[in-house]
Design a protein around this ligand. Structure first.
Ligand SMILES: Nc1nc2c(ncn2[C@@H]2O[C@H](COP(=O)(O)OP(=O)(O)OP(=O)(O)O)[C@@H](O)[C@H]2O)c(=O)[nH]1
Ligand SMILES: [Mg+2]
Length: 208
């Protein structure tokens, strides 16, 4: 009988580098998973939760904290990328446009991209940027895994309805998956880590 491996508790990662744009990204010689989403949705917090360290990525109460593409190396291969948030209204128009361009370029031309984790605030899901990214992922045949983050802000019932309502918008998106998550509490951590390992190490899904 094959024993079921115990779930992976945390991903071991180390910071590799930051890049302002696609040109200055490290050579894309390994599978990469990008964390995208609106500013303040909790991308950096999610990274910290799954790596078990508050210091992996910078978190801030002020939206727009992550302004560069930040690369992290995962033990046993693969990388995670913390992208700047979309839609940080207080940034000047020029700064916003520059970040969006760097993120759009990265998503469009980064050949080693294996999947995208799209982080949404569960209380405000499926905003314009989210819809665009989901459509783009489907058109590019790239898997998109949605995290309905900050689930701790809603009751269990409301969490389930949020996931159900979002799924209803995308009945014909075979590469779209959705889960609830709380970066604050760690809810949904195992499911996310399993998904990431499946993308980064497709041959050895249980390796860390
Ligand atoms: N209650 C709650 N707060 C959260 C959760 N995840 C993140 N936050 C808070 O949301 C705020 C933004 O978190 P970040 O992780 O910096 O968000 P981000 O998406 O990386 O933001 P940018 O870097 O601006 O794009 C911080 O105050 C976090 O503490 C969560 O699961 N629950
Ligand atoms: Mg951030």
């Amino acid at each position: 009988m094959i024993e079921k491996a115990s779930p992976v508790e945390r991903l071991h990662v180390s910071f590799l580098t930051s890049a302002p744009d696609l040109k200055r990204c490290p050579t894309g010689d390994q599978p990469e998973v990008a964390f995208a989403g609106r500013s303040n949705a909790g991308k950096s917090s999610v990274l910290n939760q799954i790596t078990g360290s508050r210091r992996t990525a910078k978190v801030s109460k002020t939206p727009g904290r992550t302004q560069l593409l930040n690369f992290f190396e995962v033990a046993n291969g693969g990388r995670l990328v913390d992208l700047p948030g979309y839609g940080y209204a207080k940034a000047g128009k020029a700064a916003q446009a520059a970040w969006q361009k760097s993120v759009n370029h990265y998503l469009s031309y980064r050949d080693c991209l294996a999947g995208i984790v799209l982080v949404m605030d569960i209380r405000h899901p499926n905003q314009e940027f989210d819809r665009e990214l989901i459509e783009w992922g489907a058109a590019s045949e790239l898997p998109v895994h949605v995290l309905l983050n900050k689930a701790d802000k809603l009751s269990n019932n409301a969490q389930r309805s949020a996931a159900f309502d979002l799924a209803k918008h995308y009945p014909d998106y075979p590469q779209l998956t959705i889960q609830g998550f709380s970066a604050l509490r760690g809810t949904g951590k195992f499911e996310l880590i399993e998904r990431l390992l499946g993308w980064l190490h497709p041959q050895t899904p249980d390796a860390v």
